[in-house]
Design a protein around this ligand. Structure first.
Ligand code: SF4
Length: 291
């Protein structure tokens, strides 16, 4: 039996759209203290933080671009993914009516807006995976268009940057992606990086890894080291909040590694803007909790 969880999905969307996760807000508050008093960088971060507080208090979207809703659904054996999709889509329609989401789904050929954030099989994007146990876990990310535009995928070796098929090569291309983005992805950003896979799975995994908390540590010591190093080095590029210069260009880096064909070595970077809207819902035995 698949229970009707439409109201719970609506609450998940409301939380994601209007209430920035505590770890992201904490990182922004730490960043503001590092910028020079009176600087444009500090001003931009202070404005962002005011906006975060207002959105939470008024239950209004954190940013006017409410992004592409991307759901990762981990469901117990025997649940109907068809019914879960219907419920999630209904919750998306209701969230749009309540203005938690702006109507964002546009037909790519005609330019016509569907008006309710639905459209084909990929808007919203929903990934399903069956898991052991009897709990349903749903992760939701609202991925802004500006930051999605500056995502990048590199095929190594990448000779322009002398980037070979090793972690030093990964480091070079990820820093290049940040440099190319400048402030356009609404810095300070968070980098989701997938090493390996094919082009499709690389982008999938580079978004999935963004569900990790900012303050966690990669279980792989080599990747943990690279995550810290990339964050430090990106922050030395001087791009700063919204591209105004300063010390805070990225808030964190999260890396995952996938198996790949011997012939390919892709590095995929998903750039998430400061409006790092991601939330999790867990349902078990009729009880629901949100993180
Ligand atoms: S990139 Fe992010 S912060 Fe910038 S406009 Fe889009 S959703 Fe808003």
């Amino acid at each position: 039996m698949t229970p009707d969880l439409t109201p719970q999905f609506l609450e998940l969307i409301r939380l994601a759209a209007t209430d920035l996760p505590p770890d992201v807000e904490a990182a922004l508050r730490q960043a503001v203290e590092q910028e020079e008093p009176g600087s444009a960088a500090r001003g931009a971060l202070e404005t962002i933080l005011k906006n975060v507080e207002l959105s939470r208090a008024n239950q209004t979207p954190i940013c006017q671009d409410t992004g592409t809703p991307i759901f990762y659904v981990y469901h117990p054996e025997g649940w109907s993914t068809r019914k879960l999709r219907q419920q999630i889509e209904e919750a998306v329609v209701q969230a749009t009516q309540k203005s938690y989401l702006r109507p964002n789904s546009v037909d790519s050929l005609s330019g016509k807006n569907s008006g309710n954030n639905l459209g084909g099989n990929y808007f919203p994007t929903i990934h399903f995976e069956e898991v052991e146990g009897d709990a349903l876990t749903v992760d939701l990310m609202l991925k802004g268009g500006g930051c999605e535009n500056v995502g990048a995928q590199y095929s190594l070796p990448y000779n322009t940057l002398k980037a070979g098929r090793d972690l030093e090569g990964v480091r070079r291309v990820v820093l290049d992606a940040v440099h190319q983005a400048q402030g356009q992805g609404c810095a300070p950003g968070i980098l989701g990086v997938a090493i390996g896979g094919d082009r499709g799975s690389g982008y999938y995994a580079s978004k999935e890894v963004l569900f990790r908390r900012l303050d966690d540590e990669n279980e792989n010591p080599e990747l943990a080291h690279l995550e810290k190093r990339l964050t430090e080095e990106a922050n030395q590029l001087g791009i700063g909040p919204m591209g105004f210069g300063g010390k805070t260009t990225v808030l964190g880096t999260k890396i995952t590694a996938l198996n790949r064909l011997p012939a390919s070595y892709f590095v995929t970077v998903s750039y998430m803007c400061w409006a790092y809207r991601r939330r999790r819902m867990v349902w078990q035995d009729g009880n629901v909790s949100f993180e």
